[in-house]
Ligand binder design. Structure first.
Ligand SMILES: Cc1cc2nc3c(=O)[nH]c(=O)nc-3n(C[C@H](O)[C@H](O)[C@H](O)COP(=O)(O)OP(=O)(O)OC[C@H]3O[C@@H](n4cnc5c(N)ncnc54)[C@H](O)[C@@H]3O)c2cc1C
Ligand code: FES
Length: 281
């Protein structure tokens, strides 16, 4: 009997569920937003910051962050950059196609620690994708949070994701959005410089601020330094990590860093936890 229960639990972890591709919305030359829903109408039941394994039979699987908030279910969205076998094949699918989904997996953003506090989101490039559900969630439940600031940096203006939404956030009083591109560009009249150049003019109430950072690995060390210089505690600096993954459920060890499984113990960690992890290696 116990064995049957274990088989059922394993089945839920390993057997993909069919989802229908309802909408395909190109974002940039490389990234596309895919809106999906499960064929049986069930919600995904995720927390902002979690990911799914996208399974394409005969091709493979790839971990992809959930890009929409729980309040948007039963639909859920994935924003995917075309880089390899699975992501290219996904880009070749048309609306109405079926995709296998395993998950949601991993530990998302600690909403209980964000609620009641000021939230500073720092996103670089495609790093805006994993924090988008959190941004939507905060905007849906705005009175539960203090000051809300988003710093979004990209290399070039044409890399900007979710343009319509960003225009809405820019004109909204609910969030202080600051955009920057790395180098001057003829189509850009806004701030120029890497995302850390937005920090000097930031006025933060450090003890109340929870910083959420997602971007390319090179960005983390510089943004963490700026957050610490502003007086934000290591426990209040929250990051989402990307590692190469296979199973996504803490079984294969592929994503392991010194005994922690990024797929299961993360992908969201606070800086205090990460320091202990790196120091122990
Ligand atoms: C938690 C998590 C969330 C993610 N969320 C997103 C998301 O929202 N959107 C998105 O576009 N991507 C996301 N990614 C990244 C995505 O999973 C990878 O880019 C994935 O490898 C794409 O699969 P693929 O088959 O298309 O490409 P792959 O065939 O895996 O190739 C992608 C690139 O990775 C290299 N590579 C592959 N395997 C290895 C390996 N074992 N060691 C070293 N290099 C390797 C390849 O050479 C190639 O350059 C996420 C990754 C993680 C871990
Ligand atoms: S991907 Fe298998 S243990 Fe994390």
């Amino acid at each position: 009997m116990a064995q049957a229960c274990q088989c059922e639990a394993d089945r839920e972890l390993y057997v993909p569920k069919l989802a229908v591709l309802d909408k395909v919305v190109p974002q940039t030359e490389l990234e596309t937003l895919f809106q999906l829903r499960f064929e049986d109408g069930a919600p995904l039941g995720h927390q902002p910051g979690q990911f799914v394994q996208v399974c394409l039979p005969g091709i493979g699987e790839a971990p992809i962050s959930i890009a929409s908030a729980p309040c948007e279910e039963p639909h859920f969205e994935l924003c995917v950059r075309k880089v390899g076998n699975v992501t290219r094949a996904l880009h070749n699918l048309a609306e109405g196609a079926y995709v296998g989904i395993r998950g949601p997996f991993g530990r998302g953003f600690p909403d209980d620690q964000l609620k009641g506090n000021d939230v500073l989101v720092v996103a670089g490039g495609i790093g805006l994708v994993p924090v988008r559900p959190l941004i939507h969630h905060i905007l849906c439940n705005r009175p539960d949070y203090g000051n809300f600031t988003i710093l979004y940096g990209m290399k070039r203006p044409e890399e900007m994701l979710f343009r319509d939404e960003i225009a809405e956030w820019e004109s909204s009083n609910a969030v202080d959005l600051q955009l920057t591109i790395d180098r001057p560009h003829p189509d850009w009249s806004g701030h120029v410089g890497v995302v850390t150049t937005l920090f000097p003019s930031l006025e933060l109430d450090a003890p109340r601020t929870r910083a959420v950072i997602v971007g390319p690995p090179i960005m983390y060390q510089f943004v963490i330094l700026e957050c610490r210089n502003k007086g934000i505690a290591d426990e209040h600096i929250i990051l989402s990590l990307e590692r190469h993954m296979k199973c996504g459920v803490g079984k294969c060890g592929h994503c392991q860093i010194n005994g922690k499984y990024v797929c299961q113990d993360g992908p969201v960690f606070n800086y205090h936890e990460l320091k202990q992890l790196w120091e122990a290696i």
